[in-house]
Design a protein around this ligand. Sequence first.
Ligand SMILES: NC(=O)c1ccc[n+]([C@@H]2O[C@H](COP(=O)([O-])OP(=O)(O)OC[C@H]3O[C@@H](n4cnc5c(N)ncnc54)[C@H](O)[C@@H]3O)[C@@H](O)[C@H]2O)c1
Length: 265
Amino acid sequence: MGLLDGHRALVTGGGSGIGRATCRRMAEEGARVAVVDIDGDRATTVADEIDGVAYVADVTDYDALAGAADAAAETLGGLSLLFNNAGTSSMHRVHEWPLEEWNRIVAINFTGVFHGFRACVPYLLASGDGRIVSTASISGTRPAAGEAPYSASKAAVIALTANAALEYGPTIRVNAISPGMIRTALTEPLFGFFPELEERFVQDSPVGRVGEPEDVADVVVFLCSDLARFVTGQNIVIDGGLTLHGSGVDGILNRVEALLRGPVE
Ligand SMILES: NC(=O)c1ccc[n+]([C@@H]2O[C@H](COP(=O)([O-])OP(=O)(O)OC[C@H]3O[C@@H](n4cnc5c(N)ncnc54)[C@H](O)[C@@H]3O)[C@@H](O)[C@H]2O)c1
């Protein structure tokens, strides 16, 4: 018995990283999976591994995504799961963002998620028991300097999730996930340019390491499964505790303990 037996899923950005790991876990748990990606070779490679189906679509192109959803529903016999996961980022100061680049980031990370809802919700409603997960980010609530359209679009995904959960319950449960630092093609260049970052994440995360795509995939499978039957409208943070820091007195405990111990003789 798999956690997702009988389900039929559509995963955007399924060709790499978090999306690829989730396609694999969903298939292991018994779902049939439509892998959708702007990169057709990647989508096909993943689909071939898991006996799924692959579609090339840019999530910013509504007609292309709706075409993929229609074809996937036709082939799989409907859709009951949607993982809105395609996303991208780059960095500039707020007033220096090239207009085209700003619009591209928002179109992929936010409007692309809306397109996923628009194309797939009718199928999920028809299934009588649908589940949607969308990929936000810890940047949606705790942004870093330089990623304004990324963090704003991820915050918008969290808000859209709450809206949709209210609109589609009880037939569809709708949740978001907010990964922290996960090692994928999106973040690998950072570790290449700044190798010391790895140690920083090891130090600053209570879990003591950088995340792997499978760490996120398992939570998506949980949210899509009956185990999460009373969970909807939530944003689940998957960051190994990285964003727990916040009181401004990190490291003070060791110093207080040292003071209380007094000087070493
Ligand atoms: N890696 C992290 O640390 C991290 C942290 C928080 C959130 N996220 C989010 O997780 C999601 C997946 O990212 P990842 O880290 O696995 O990156 P990734 O680059 O490994 O995978 C992203 C996939 O999305 C596809 N894609 C990009 N633009 C697309 C478009 N317009 N239409 C369709 N497909 C498109 C890419 O071809 C790629 O296969 C993104 O939404 C990202 O913002 C990642």
